[in-house]
Structure formats: C-alpha cells, structure tokens
Design a protein around this ligand. Structure first.
Ligand SMILES: [Mn+2]
Length: 350
C-alpha cells in the first residue's frame, strides 16, 4: 500500500462526495495497492481497500497487499459487488473496458477520475528516483558500448539486438519499448523501428532505447553519424542539441510543463527547420510514456521530483533526422538533475 496514492484517492472521494474509487489501470493498481496481478480491480473506499479478482491471485495478494480485502469474482461480479456496497463510484475512463463500464453503470453512478492516481504518481519518492536512475545508468552504459560496437555494414537489427542484449546483461528486466535504430533517410522517421537495412557510410543513425529496472522505465535518444557528418547534419545537430539543453536549462524557470514545451518548440519553430512536430517529452515512471505528456496544452506545475524526458528533434523527409533525449528532474533545491549523462556532442563513428 502506497500512502501517497491512497491519500490522493481518498481526498478525491471526499471532495467529490463519492463512496469508492474503482482502479482499473494496472500501474495505478500497483502504485496504490502494491497489487501486481495482471487481472482484477482495486476498489478504494474511505476505510478499506478491496481487490476484486480470481483465485489465481489470492496467495500473491496475501504477500503483496496483506491489508487488502479479497473479493472473489467467481462468487460475485465486480458490478454486483459495487452495487451492493456503494452508490457513487469514481472510474478510470482511460483504462476501464466499455463492457465493464456498462455492467457497473446499471448499479452505481460514476464520475471520471482519470488523472487522480496519475497525478499522484508524477511526484517521485527518493526510492523511485533511485530506480529510475538505475535504468538511466544502464542507458548510458549501453550507449558507450554501442558506439564502440557500431560499424558500417551492420544492419539496424544487429545494432538493436546488441543494445537489448547488453542492457539486459547489465540487470534490466525488460525493454522500455521496441528499440529504435533508424539509419540514413530512415532517421527522419521519428519512430523508425530497426529493420534489416544495412547501415552505410555517411548515414545519420537515431538510437532510441530504454530499460526497465524493478518496474521503473528509462528512455534515451542519441543520434550519431557513420563516418564524416555533412555541414547540414552538423548544423541541424547543433540546433537540436541547443534546443535540448535549453529545455533542461529553462525547466526550473518555467511554471508549467506547457510553458516548457513552448520554450523548446518556439526555438525550433523559429529556425528554418520548423515546425517541431511532436511533444517536448513525457513523464517517466511505471510506464514509459507516463503522465504528464509535455505539450503546449499541459497545465501541470513543473514542481520538484517529477522525472521526465526532454527530447526535441528535427526531421528532414528523405534526408535525415536528429533527436536527442535525456531523463531529468528538478530536485528539492530547484536545480535540474540529469539521470542520463551520455554526452550530447556529435559523435562521428569512424
Ligand atoms: Mn521518450
């Protein structure tokens, strides 16, 4: 049971005059109740926490969430359980299946509580930051290794496989996402997964990867050049590098994540290579693209201990693309701390 999560949920129940909060999002379930089963629901009321699931998970619940009460779905459906005990229930519309919602809505009235747990999850404890740091350190070690490993003539897949193998050998439990190795004109695809394309001399190569440590995600992007970088590549690279460092430098001075997006976006949009086509970054935590997504419309305050990425990019169709991404947070003193520390200077692999 995570005190911060439970407090946030019960505060919402109080404010909205609700009887219970139905948590359907798996990471929210883990965050609030420490329940890691891949099936079932967590229901938080003013003084109890229930886990509604089947017998496959009962023994695990006794270990993970000893204070929670088990509701056996073989004997009572979720909808019946809620209808018998509660009348007004918060739901998570971004994860609750429509069929479950329709069944529940017959017996209780519902209020949407999508961001309640996600906003609590944004603020990381020291222990969570430590796990996020461990993943970021693996990213840095993998980047060092892959720069030595890469040669003209390898396929993107061979490079991706080596990134994944090496990261796991350093203790990662899994990948944050399918590794991106995009070379040559493919580097202009913002999310170009690795293919059998052979990496050639002069190719710009975008490497975007991450690893999970104890459930917490990391995410790094570096763009390298095989052989000599052209003047245009150097110019675009320099602009992206500047945009990224501006994002990190300005983060302590802005009020909201939307403001941070405007700083980075404004810089790229004002160059001859604008507009900047995606968000400036995203939160990192129990999922890779965690709340908040850093875009102009986000009004969350950029307060201390929210771990997030800064990842501007410029993509020139049919030519090449450059993106640089680091994992950062503002500490209690108001200073930015980088979790990933690989150089952002242009590396030409010769
Ligand atoms: Mn990212």
């Amino acid at each position: 049971m995570n005190e911060t999560g439970v407090v946030a949920v019960r505060k919402f129940l109080d404010a909205q005059d609700l009887d219970a909060f139905l948590i359907s999002d798996k990471e929210d379930q883990f965050y609030v109740a420490n329940y890691s089963g891949d099936d079932g629901f967590v229901v938080v009321s003013a003084d109890e926490i229930f886990i509604v699931t089947d017998a496959r998970f009962f023994s695990q619940i006794k270990v993970e969430c000893p204070d929670c009460e088990i509701v056996d779905v073989a004997k009572k459906s979720l909808a019946d359980f809620l209808a018998e005990r509660f009348s007004k229930v918060a739901i998570e519309s971004d994860s609750l299946l429509t069929k479950d919602y329709l069944a529940i809505a017959k017996g209780v009235s519902t209020v949407n509580g999508d961001l309640v747990v996600k906003q609590a999850r944004m603020i990381k404890s020291a222990a969570e930051i430590d796990l996020l740091k461990q993943g970021a350190v693996i990213c840095d070690q993998v980047f060092d290794h892959i720069v030595d490993f890469m040669e003209v003539g390898q396929t993107e897949l061979a490079v991706a496989n080596e990134i994944e193998r090496f990261g796991k050998s350093l203790g990662a439990s899994k990948l944050s996402f399918e590794t991106i190795v995009a070379s040559g004109v493919r580097s202009a695809f913002p999310h170009g997964g690795a293919t059998s394309k052979v990496i050639e001399d002069g190719d710009v190569v975008t490497l975007d990867f991450g690893f999970v440590v104890d459930g917490y995600f990391s995410d790094i992007t570096r763009t390298v050049v095989m052989g000599e970088a052209s003047e245009e590549v150097k110019k675009v690279y320099g602009l992206v590098q500047k945009a990224e460092s501006m994002g990190i430098r300005f983060a302590p001075m802005v009020e909201t994540f939307g403001d941070l997006d405007r700083v980075v976006r404004g810089f790229i949009d004002d160059t001859e290579y604008g507009p900047f086509i995606h968000g400036t970054g995203h939160g990192l935590g129990l999922v890779c693209h965690d709340y908040p997504i850093i875009r102009t419309s986000n009004n969350d305050q950029l307060v201390s201990n929210i771990v997030f990425t800064v990842e501007p990019g410029i993509y020139l169709e049919n030519k090449f693309g450059v993106r640089i991404e680091d994992d950062v947070y503002k500490n209690d003193a108001g200073d930015m701390v980088r979790l990933t520390n690989s150089t952002t200077d242009l590396i030409e692999i010769k």
